[in-house]
Design a protein around this ligand. Structure first.
Ligand code: GLC
Length: 536
């Protein structure tokens, strides 16, 4: 049984997601790149204290979906660097004791990938069956499935008169994971990066690789059908019974796990599982912990931002993680509206404290540590294909350049260069340089929190228990390990609150870096203040 112990690095780690196109541009070509990331590794390791980075795709791509459409999984796109830069990035991160996890885009390739070019060339192509080709139904697509980005999930290819399936853009044809040659070719990709030294994979669209083999139509969703996630437009018109999550997908994850385990138990697979039914979501661990090490946990992003919803969500997630399994938490990524824009005014610090004191590995999204907000991107500057189809789903505003300084392009690239997406106008005040010199800044709050988590085993691996003193607007919980017990209290209300925390030492406050001292019984929390008590 592939069980993992508490010693596994990724249970102790704080992760940081980098969207490479937007982090740092070393050569002034408008796009962030791997050498830019290398130049900022000290920021991640020394300043922030991060243990691991997840890099969104940097592979060869025509950039229709900004790197999630790949033409060569084992090469680096020239705008991002080359293989040497990738190797150097991995080595430089390791030298600083940071792990590197890369995106593994499994469900589809680019339509310009040589495999697909070959596959579409004729019905007899040796790679025809590497993708999913079907005859239409009286000139209509083979099923009623719609793509995540809207429009039919099938495109008619004039060359051979058949339709190919694409869960996302028509430029992202679905690989046929029922073909063993595809499985082997993709596992070779995983081996390539493991050989280069990566520490694991974030598996993209990991629940979508296997669809109903009978390709049945999805039933239409009645108007009052509950929505588990955000408003997805046309995609929400159907109940998605047949176009993802066929049970055969678990077999693929078991096989992938064999590949990663063959490189040692330390290799991490964390899969993008957009499933909000908790038992089904948890099934991706595998009955014997032999599938993904962790399904990505997006549940904090779907919960209402109030104490009862957050508490219920956190307890439900932890209850559903199989005994012996381990979860993760995140409040932002390259697909969602920026955290600080989603939250009610003044709640950013509470969010940081919550994320970094829960039981489960925290994943931070670049820029959230300085409180970057969603940037309004004008139509003529828009880049995201999803936004072209459905305006409110554009992800551009959460992918704007990292704000390093108050300079012209926020220090993202050399002076005089123009970043590929507009720089947030608030970079004049919201930037790394400025926040470093302000002890009370969001950045310094995150730094202190990362350090606090690292200093306390209870915060890393301790148990989680909601505290009975919790109320409608105060959330209190306890983290307990063999050696220590800590209580975290978050006041969500706009007023001061008194709460009984018992005896202990107040070691952290979101409101005042200097607040500390013994407490006995009731303590006062300022409006939207969060505190941590060490009971030793
Ligand atoms: C995942 C990625 C998203 C991408 C899509 C298609 O959902 O997170 O950014 O567009 O897969 O690869």
């Amino acid at each position: 049984m592939a069980r993992t112990s508490y010693d596994t690095w990724w249970k102790h780690a704080v992760f940081y997601q980098i969207y490479p196109l937007s982090f740092a541009d070393s050569n002034g070509d408008s796009y962030g790149d791997l050498r830019g990331i290398i130049s900022r590794l000290d920021y991640l390791s020394e300043t922030l204290g991060i243990d691991a980075i997840w890099l969104s795709p940097f592979f060869k791509s025509p950039m229709r979906d900004w790197g999630y459409d790949i033409t060569d999984h084992t090469d680096v796109d020239p705008i991002l660097g080359d293989r040497d830069a990738a190797r150097e990035l991995i080595e430089e991160a390791h030298r600083r004791e940071m792990r590197v996890v890369v995106d593994f885009v499994v469900n589809h390739t680019s339509d310009e990938h040589p495999w697909f070019v070959e596959s579409r060339s004729s019905r007899d192509s040796s790679k025809r069956d590497w993708y999913v080709w079907r005859d239409g139904r009286d000139g209509e697509p083979p099923t009623n499935w719609v793509s995540v980005f809207s429009g039919p999930a099938w495109t008619l290819d004039e060359t051979t008169g058949q339709w190919y399936r694409h869960t996302y853009l028509r430029e992202q044809p679905d690989l046929n994971w029922r073909n063993p040659e595809v499985v082997e070719a993709m596992f070779d990709v995983a081996r390539f990066w493991l050989d280069m030294g990566v520490d694991g994979f974030r598996v993209d669209a990991a629940h979508q690789m296997m669809k109903d083999p009978h390709e049945r139509d999805n039933p239409p969703a009645p108007p009052d059908y509950p929505r588990a996630y955000k408003d997805m437009g046309e995609y929400d018109r159907f109940i998605h019974l047949y176009d993802f999550g066929h049970p055969d997908v678990h077999d693929i994850h078991r096989q992938l796990r064999e590949v990663t385990d063959s490189y040692g138990q330390e290799v991490l697979t964390v899969g993008e599982i957009h499933i909000f039914d908790l038992p089904e979501w948890a099934s991706y661990y595998g009955e014997n912990f032999d599938q993904l090490n962790m399904p990505f946990n997006f549940h904090l992003m779907t919960a209402e931002w109030d104490v009862p919803s957050l508490r219920a969500t956190i307890e439900a997630v932890l209850w559903n993680v199989p005994v012996g399994g381990w979860t993760n938490w995140t409040l932002g990524n390259h697909d969602e509206i920026r955290l600080s824009t989603r939250l009610p005014e003044g709640h950013g610090r509470l969010a940081a404290l919550l994320l970094l004191t829960l039981r489960g590995t925290p994943f931070l999204y670049y820029g959230d540590e300085i409180g970057m907000s969603q940037v309004a991107v004008a139509p003529e500057e828009a880049r995201d294909p999803w936004g072209h189809n459905v305006a409110w789903l554009s992800r551009d505003g959460a992918r704007t350049p990292m704000q390093w300084t108050d300079g012209p392009n926020a220090g993202f690239g050399p002076v005089g260069s123009t970043p590929w997406l507009p720089v947030g106008p608030d970079h004049v005040t919201v930037n790394v340089e400025k926040q470093l010199s302000d002890p009370d800044s969001t950045l310094n709050l995150y730094r202190r929190l990362v350090a606090l988590r690292k200093a306390h085993p209870s915060l890393q691996v301790g148990s989680f228990l909601s505290h009975p003193s919790s109320t409608e607007d105060v959330f209190a919980y306890r983290r307990e390990s063999d050696s220590e017990t800590m209580t975290i209290v978050l006041n969500f209300s706009d007023e001061e609150r008194m709460i009984d925390v018992g005896r202990g030492e107040l070691v952290f406050s979101t409101a005042d870096p200097d607040r500390n001292g013994r407490c006995r019984g009731e303590v006062a929390l300022a409006s939207r203040e969060g505190i941590v008590i060490d009971h030793a």
